[in-house]
Design a protein around this ligand. Sequence first.
Ligand SMILES: Nc1ncnc2c1ncn2[C@@H]1O[C@H](COP(=O)(O)OP(=O)(O)OP(=O)(O)O)[C@@H](O)[C@H]1O
Length: 258
Amino acid sequence: MLDRLAFSGVRFSYGDQPILHDFDIHVGKGEFISLIGPSGIGKSTLFQLVAGLLHPQLGTITLNGAPMEKRLGMVGYMPQRDALLPWRTVVENAALPLEIHGVAKKEAQAKVRLELPRYGLSEWADAYPSELSGGMRQRVSFLRALLSGTDLMLLDEPFSSLDGITRMEMQEWLMEMWQETGSTMLMITHDIDEAILLADRVIVLTGKPIEKPVELVVNLERPRTTAFRNRAEFLSLREEIWELLRKNVAKQSSGREA
Ligand SMILES: Nc1ncnc2c1ncn2[C@@H]1O[C@H](COP(=O)(O)OP(=O)(O)OP(=O)(O)O)[C@@H](O)[C@H]1O
């Protein structure tokens, strides 16, 4: 089967600061991939390359096996903070990508209203972002990204601004949405437990430039709940990822001292 997304031999640098060197990843259709790595390693740069906002200096990025120059609009993007427009209601915010694609306003908003129940937002259709909780705002943001008409979603630390309890609720909710929609998801997170709980594979990004990402398969059945965190397989994966990250941080700080 064709990869939904593939990086082959990708090289990218900002001036003389190398970020990726001969970088390969392959993401299958419908997979959930978590990307984890230390701050500043290049995770957001990776997303900008996927979205076509940046271009590799060498190598290729393909969607469904085809190299695409213009990928903007072919991926849905959910940022760390919801970036909802404060002067638009829930329905008006979520309908935005449909309107941009030329769907008439009335029709776009009717489509959004049909979706709201499974986002737990039926009662909030005409509310403004300032009236919503953080979790609700992120659900609107997710719906908006999904309505951009693609099944390839980039989630950039989607729950980092939420409190611990809401974050756990949202993780379970996202797993349900992923299973319902069959979307392909790439999620950046700094949270090892979140990375494992949600993903089929965790890709650990280390090194400067990032060269050979370490990929760990999460062999836990689905559906999963946050209680899976206590399982022996989960704990051993967590230890393995932490070891990889710790080694890398230690290497970087000894490099700085040298
Ligand atoms: N437009 C740019 N021009 C020059 N350097 C940049 C640019 N954007 C990012 N960088 C640098 O590239 C490196 C990787 O940045 P990036 O934001 O991709 O990392 P990150 O892993 O997403 O970081 P964080 O986890 O802190 O969000 C950093 O050292 C950053 O300072």
